[in-house]
Design a protein around this ligand. Sequence first.
Ligand code: CUA
Length: 177
Amino acid sequence: MQVHNFEKVWLGAALLLIVGFIATIAYGTVGVGIQMVDDSGGEIDPQAVQQSNTGTGFDDPGVVRQNDSHYVVYVVAQQFQFAPGTGDNPIRVPADTRVTFRVTSADVVHGFSIVETNINTMVIPGQVSEVTAEFDEPGTYGLVCHEYCGSGHHTMGGSVEVVPKSEYEHNSTEVQN
Ligand code: CUA
C-alpha cells in the first residue's frame, strides 16, 4: 500500500496532537498539584459555629501554629465577611510553609477563593472545607466569595498577607491567636 506523502504529514500531525492533548491532561492532573476538596474537613453544626468554648477552632477563628512548618487557619464565612480575612483583619500566614485552611459558614453557602492561587472551595453550612497549600511568593492576595450569598455578595472579600517565613517567625507571638 502506498501512502501519499501529504497524507503522512497529516497523519503525523494528528498523532502529535493526540499525544499533546494527553500530555496536557496528565500535566493538569498530577503536575500542578491540583486537588479536589473532599469531606476530610468533617461536619459542624452551623448554629454552633460561633458559640464559645466548643473547641472546634471556629469559636475563636484565626491562625493556629501547629509547628514551624505547619499552620492551620480557622475561618468563619458569614453574610458578608470572612473572619478573619475581611477589612482590617487580614489572614496573615508565612510563606514557604504548609498552611491548612479550615473554612465553614455560619449561615448560607459562600465561596472561599484566594486570587492568583488554586485555593478555591465552596463553603457550605454544616460542613468544614479543608484546603492545604503553600505560598511560594510573599505578598498580599485577594480573598473573594465566589458563591452568590445574598444582597451583599459582591462586597464580600478580604485579603491574605503572606509574610516571608523569617519575618513571620520573628513576630509569631503576636500572630498566634
Ligand atoms: Cu458570601 Cu457571596
